[in-house]
Each structure stands twice: as C-alpha cells, then as structure tokens.
Ligand binder design. Structure first.
Ligand SMILES: *[C@@H]1O[C@H](CO)[C@@H](O)[C@H](O)[C@H]1NC(C)=O
Ligand SMILES: *[C@@H]1O[C@H](CO)[C@@H](O)[C@H](O)[C@H]1NC(C)=O
Ligand SMILES: *[C@@H]1O[C@H](CO)[C@@H](O)[C@H](O)[C@H]1NC(C)=O
Ligand SMILES: *[C@@H]1O[C@H](CO)[C@@H](O)[C@H](O)[C@H]1NC(C)=O
Ligand SMILES: *[C@@H]1O[C@H](CO)[C@@H](O)[C@H](O)[C@H]1NC(C)=O
Ligand SMILES: *[C@@H]1O[C@H](CO)[C@@H](O)[C@H](O)[C@H]1NC(C)=O
Length: 510
C-alpha cells in the first residue's frame, strides 16, 4: 500500500481510516467478518483505477459488501463468494488483500488492463473454484496454486505471463476448463501431468511456445471437448492417439510443425464438428472415412502437402459451413454433389490441381458468402445456378481454364464486393445488369476473351476501387460514366479493341 502513488485512490484510503478510527465502521452487521471483507474489497479497489466508475458502489459507508457492484454474497452467511468484473476497463494491480476473502469461490476479472503479478496470496482463498483473469496485462510467472484443489476453472489466457507452464497444474484434478494460451511462457513441452486432468472439457494452449510432441498422457482426457494447441511449434506425426478422445468436438492444431497423415480412425470422433490442421507439413490423401463424419461443420487443412482426390463422401455432409483446403496438391474432379445439402458459408479450394467441371452446388443453401477457387484447372462453363447466389460477397475463380459466357445474374449480385474471373477463357459481354452490383469494390476480368461494349451502367458502381478489363476484346467507346466512380484508384483497360478517345477525367485516376 505504501507504494501507491498519491492518487485519488489513496485519498479514499485515508477516508477509510478516518471511519475506522471513529468506530463508525465497526458497527456489527453480520458479526465481524463482513467488515474484514469490506476492508479487503476496498483495498482491492484502491489498487485499481476505475475510469468508468464501475466500482462507485464500493464504499466504506456500506454496511455490507453484498451490494457492491460485481460482488455476490452467500445468502446465508453473508460472506463474499464472487467477484465478477468482466470488461470494465480496470487498470492497476490485483491486491494481495483479496486473500482475506475466505469464502471466495469465483474471481472473474477478465478483459481489463490489470497488470503486475498474480499475487501468490490468492492460494489462501482455499474455496476458490473459478479463477478467470484472461485478457489482462498480467506479468511474471504463475504462483504455485496447487493448493487450490477445488479449482474447476483456471483461465489465465491472453496475458504476458512468463516462466514455464507449471507441472503442478496437473494436480488440480477438479479442473474442467484450463486456459494458459496467448502468453509469453518459455518454450517447452505440454506438461505430462496434464494427462491427470480427467475432468477437463476445455484445454486452450494456443500461442504459448509449445514444442515437442503431444505427450501420450494427454490422450487419456476422455471428457475433453475442445483441444486448442494452435500456433505453437508442436512437431511429430499427427498423433493417432487423438482419435481416442471421444468427446472431442473441436480440434485446433493449425500453425504447428506436424507431419504425417490424417489417420482413418479420425472418424471414430463422431462428435467432431470443427477441425483445423492448416499450416502444418502434413501429406497424403484425406481418408475416405471423413465422409462418414456427419457432424462436421468446419474442415480446414489449408497450407499443407495433402494430395489426391477428395473423398466423395464429403458431398454427403449436411452441416458443413466452412471448408478451407487451399494451398495443397489436391487433384482430380471435385465431388459432384459437394454442399448439395449443406449450409455452406465459406469455401476456399484455391491453389490446388482440381480439374474437370466447376462444382455446381456450393450455393445450394443460398448461404454462400465466399467462393474462392483460384489457381486450379477447372474447365467448362460456370454453372448457371450461381446467378441466384444473392448471399455472395467474394467470388474468385481466376487462373483456371473456364470458358463460355458468365450467367447473366452473376453480374447483378447485390452484395458482391469482389469478382475475379481473370486469366480464364470467358467470352460474352458484361451485362448492363451490373448496375445492380453496387457493393463491388473490385471487378477483375483481365486475360479473357470478353467482348462487346462496356455498359454505361458501370458508372453506378460507386464503391469500385479496382477495375481491370485489360487483355480482352472489348470494343466501342469507353463510357464517360466511368468518371463518376470517385473511389476508382486502379484502372486497366489496355489491349482491347476500343475506339474513340479516352474520357478526359479518367486520366486523373491513376
Ligand atoms: C440462497 O441461494 C440459493 C442458491 O444459491 C437458493 O437456492 C436459496 O433459495 C437461497 N436462500 C435464500 C434464503 O434466499
Ligand atoms: C496493456 O498492454 C498493452 C499491450 O502491450 C499496452 O498497449 C497497454 O498500454 C497496457 N495497458 C496497461 C494499462 O498496462
Ligand atoms: C502433485 O502431485 C504429485 C503426485 O500426487 C506430488 O508428488 C506433487 O508433490 C504434487 N505437486 C504439488 C506442487 O503439489
Ligand atoms: C473467462 O472469461 C472470458 C470473458 O468473459 C470468457 O470468454 C471465457 O470463456 C472465460 N473462461 C472460462 C474457462 O470460462
Ligand atoms: C452427431 O452427434 C450426435 C450428438 O451431438 C451423436 O449422437 C451422433 O451419433 C453423431 N452423428 C454421427 C453420424 O456420428
Ligand atoms: C503434386 O502431385 C503431383 C501428382 O498429382 C506430383 O507429381 C507432385 O510431385 C506433387 N507436388 C508436391 C509439391 O507434392
């Protein structure tokens, strides 16, 4: 306390002592313990800056702390059992005085700007079940909390903690949720002892410098629903042991150094909804069994070395919302009925070697927002049904071998922001209906065989920033309406068959 600078906080402290000595404060309400608790809470408050005055109700004059904003008392004993101050812009430190709250069960203070260390004295709150200090500015190493044997939730995610990720966490066998991710811990392996946390349902260790292989002990966590080890340096082959964790519904392993293949046993995880193993060094074909994983909603394996054809069964998944497999070496035809029955929102199959006809049913549900299929070898025409895909925001099929005319309605999608058809063999004209597509910021048609005149309606695309029609067979006059597009900063019209002069003001664009 003596270290506190002379801020309004210490003035409050002074007032506090005045009350204390005049005896006013000692008036018994629930016996003496609530006063001790008021004192502890005011000390806690005095170590914090509270720019939005959430702690205004925390006053010395209060007879009990139970009316303090964010404080919950046991309704029988009157003891403080919970402090809950989520997202209150609090700055400052956690006062060790909090250890006087002997009945505290929950300390929930995430999403503030609290800095300094987590005080070791907190182990004196031996009834603590929930400790959530995630998304703050805490530093130093974690104090030994192994005596808090009643802890069920320990979340220190997203701070600046350093030191090793402690082994003793494995002694807290009552934990159902453990978050240590997004901190500055030393490089090191996942502690073996975490395999003792048999009640664990949620394990978040993203971005905390993990190295080495996943210890086998971890695969004993039969209750685990979410396993998030993303953005680390975990190495070794994708462990088949993961498929023993039958409660898993979410696996996040992206951004590691995993090798090997996806084992066919993956389909034993019949509750699995989301899996992201992007940005590793895995290879091989996707096992055919993935087609049996009917609960899958998100499948992501982009930026690996996967190859071969996709299992046809993927077409039967009825809950798939996200599918991201770009930057691999997949080849062959795309499963014909893919997403025919699925509420697909985003798909990115770019930078592979898919060939044959373009998939027809990606927007069958009318929910598709992002369709990215650039840099493949798809051929033939774009299926007519994309013309009805009003939900589309981004449509990129550049660098394929597509041909034929663009379905008329595709020019007139009201929310479409980006359309990239470049580097194909498309023919036909830009429909005047393009005037409806007023959300467009990029219209990229270069390196095709488009022809006809540019419709004057293009002038209605007032958000357009990039327009590239170069290397086509457009003819006629360049419509003067183009100069209405104030945002336009990138315009390429070269290598076409235009006649007449370029409208004056276009010259000012670039
Ligand atoms: C005290 O709270 C518990 C739940 O926490 C509730 O079941 C009980 O009815 C409450 N008792 C009184 C007297 O309000
Ligand atoms: C918290 O950390 C962030 C990021 O380092 C920094 O910008 C901010 O100033 C810190 N705030 C406080 C109150 O320490
Ligand atoms: C954790 O538990 C192990 C085995 O029960 C024990 O040997 C060890 O001392 C405990 N560690 C702490 C820090 O309590
Ligand atoms: C901790 O609090 C944050 C913010 O409210 C919340 O998102 C997170 O789920 C909590 N952690 C646990 C493990 O419940
Ligand atoms: C999908 O999950 C449900 C529980 O949410 C489960 O009962 C069902 O067996 C799973 N379906 C398949 C095909 O595995
Ligand atoms: C990609 O697959 C082709 C066969 O389809 C193979 O020849 C080539 O080596 C693979 N490339 C990489 C980078 O794996």
């Amino acid at each position: 306390m003596s270290k506190l600078p002379p801020t309004p906080a210490s003035r409050q402290l002074f007032i506090f002592f005045v009350f204390l000595f005049t005896g006013d404060f000692l008036r018994p309400t629930f016996g003496s313990s609530p006063n001790v608790e008021v004192q502890a809470l005011l000390n806690f408050k005095n170590h914090l800056e509270d720019p939005l005055n959430y702690l205004d109700s925390w006053r010395i004059s209060s007879e009990s702390p139970c009316q303090f904003h964010g404080v919950v008392c046991d309704n029988v004993t009157g003891r403080v059992v919970e402090i809950s101050l989520n997202y209150k812009s609090l700055i400052g430190k956690i006062s060790p005085a909090i250890s006087a709250l002997q009945s505290l069960k929950s300390l929930i203070i995430p999403s503030n700007y609290i800095s300094g260390e987590l005080p070791a004295e907190i182990v004196k709150c031996s009834d603590l079940r929930v400790l959530n200090v995630s998304a703050n500015n805490l530093t130093g190493s974690l104090p030994d909390l192994s005596k808090l044997i009643k802890l069920e939730i320990l979340d220190v995610t997203d701070n600046y903690f350093t030191g090793d990720i402690p082994e003793w966490i494995g002694n807290l066998t009552g934990l159902s949720a453990l978050g240590v991710g997004d901190n500055n811990f030393n490089e090191g392996g996942i502690p073996e002892s975490f395999g003792n946390l048999k009640n664990l349902n949620w394990l978040y260790m993203r971005g905390c410098q993990l190295t080495g292989e996943i210890p086998n002990s971890l695969f004993d966590l039969q209750q685990l629903g979410t396993l998030d080890l993303a953005s680390n340096k975990i190495s070794g082959e994708f462990p088949v042991g993961i498929t023993k964790m039958r409660s898993l519904w979410k696996i996040e392993l992206f951004g590691n150094q995993l090798t090997g293949v996806i084992p066919p046993e993956i389909s034993d995880l019949n509750l699995l909804q989301e899996i992201d193993i992007s940005m590793n060094q895995m290879h091989g074909e996707l096992p055919i069994e993935i087609g049996n994983m009917k609960n899958l909603t998100v499948f992501e394996c982009n930026t690996n070395r996967f190859s071969g054809e996709l299992p046809p069964g993927l077409g039967g998944l009825r809950h798939l919302k996200g599918f991201s497999i770009y930057r691999n070496n997949f080849s062959g035809n795309f499963p014909e009925n893919f997403a025919m029955f699925a509420p697909l929102v985003e798909i990115d199959i770019s930078e592979n070697k898919f060939s044959g006809g373009f998939p027809k049913f990606l927007c069958a549900s009318g929910k598709l927002q992002k369709l990215l299929a650039l840099e493949n070898s798809f051929s033939g025409e774009l299926p007519e049904n994309y013309a009805k895909c009003k939900s589309l925001l981004r449509f990129r099929v550049n660098q394929n071998q597509l041909s034929g005319n663009i379905p008329d309605g595709l020019w007139a999608l009201p929310f479409l922001e980006l359309i990239d058809l470049s580097d194909n063999s498309f023919t036909g004209e830009i429909s005047p209906a393009i005037g409806v597509s007023t959300s467009l910021t990029q219209l990229l048609l270069f390196d095709n065989e488009f022809s006809g005149e540019i419709p004057p309606e293009i002038g209605e695309l007032t958000h357009l920033e990039k327009l590239d029609l170069s290397n086509n067979k457009f003819s006629g006059k360049i419509p003067s309406q183009i100069q209405n597009i104030r945002q336009l900063s990138y315009l390429h019209l070269e290598n076409n068959l235009f006649s007449g002069s370029i409208p004056d003001e276009i010259g000012e664009c670039e």
